[in-house]
Design a protein around this ligand. Structure first.
Ligand code: SF4
Length: 290
């Protein structure tokens, strides 16, 4: 028996001597992070804890190898969905765009960049913005944070039909939820950028958002700034309390973007007031032709 264990060990070490794919992958995925500029924000930052984003400007750190691999898994699944739609075997869904660059000018700040996890498709005569989300396990329902993020994207692109497509990583099972556009919920997203911008200009940390919302608290377990966050008081960087800024209005950005989709009529449902900073109409599970 001990001999067998020895053999196994030897076999294992021989494999590792050939090459270490973990190391190769980490080298492949490594990108030097670019310094961030106050006043220029990425669209995807709307969905993160505000304080975490604030830290990423003030105290930039490189993502570790594990996080890069997780992001890459999301990219691979996104590409896979694109591949399925481009295969010619899904005529019921036409892929219009697989990348969504946009620029939205909001007065003294700009939200710009490529939205990586969003696709534009046409199905059942409707043009739909689809946000692709990979998940370790199929969610029981749509995340309100994902829905709120999609509201912002819908506003920014002027495409007012949205859907969340969740794909389970190890089975490729999927589920689609439709999200009705709600201008007020979209404005909440813009307001988040306005709060972030003001907090950065005033050098005052925003509230620890994820810690103070029960459904976001798990984000803190994966936050690279957790220690710093515990040692930081709200508004503590300069002693200035970071209050909410004046309401910021950004025009729906279809005229500012490359997306020139026709505006769809807003339904009465879409005009209902949102009830919280991250609220949005409850998404429905739907077939949407796919
Ligand atoms: S620890 Fe939590 S509340 Fe603090 S910055 Fe990170 S995610 Fe936000």
């Amino acid at each position: 028996m001990p001999e067998k264990t020895e053999e196994k060990k030897e076999g294992k070490s021989e494999q590792n001597e050939l090459f270490d794919f973990n190391a190769l992958l980490d080298k492949h995925l490594y990108r030097e992070s670019k310094p961030k500029t106050v006043g220029r924000y990425y669209p995807s930052e709307v969905g993160s804890c505000l304080r975490k984003t604030w830290f990423s400007f003030k105290f930039p750190i490189e993502f570790d190898a594990e996080k890069r691999r997780i992001f890459e898994t999301g990219n691979i699944l996104h590409e896979y969905v694109v591949h399925v739609f481009k295969s010619g075997k899904t005529p019921e869904v036409e892929l219009l765009k697989s990348e969504m660059p946009f620029v939205m000018n909001c007065g003294d700040f700009v939200v710009s960049g490529r939205v990586d996890d969003v696709l534009l498709v046409k199905t059942s005569g409707k043009t739909i913005l689809v946000e692709v989300k990979s998940a370790a396990r199929m969610p029981r329902g749509p995340s309100k944070h994902h829905a709120a993020q999609l509201q912002f994207y819908m506003h920014a692109t002027g495409v007012h039909n949205g859907a969340l497509l969740y794909i389970e990583k190890n089975t490729l099972n999927s589920i689609v939820y439709s999200v009705a556009y709600d201008e007020r919920a979209a404005q909440d997203g813009i307001q988040r950028f306005a709060v972030l911008h003001k907090a950065l200009l005033e050098d005052a940390a925003p509230e620890p958002e994820a810690k103070t919302h029960a459904d976001m608290r798990w984000w803190c377990d994966y936050c690279e700034y957790a220690e710093r966050c515990s040692a930081t008081k709200t508004g503590a960087a300069s002693g200035v309390a970071c209050g909410a800024p004046e309401t910021t209005k950004c025009p729906p950005a279809s005229s500012q973007t490359e997306v020139k989709e026709e505006k769809k009529e807003e339904t009465a449902e879409a005009k209902k007031p949102a009830t919280s900073a991250w609220s949005s109409p409850k998404p429905k599970q739907t077939k949407l032709g796919f």
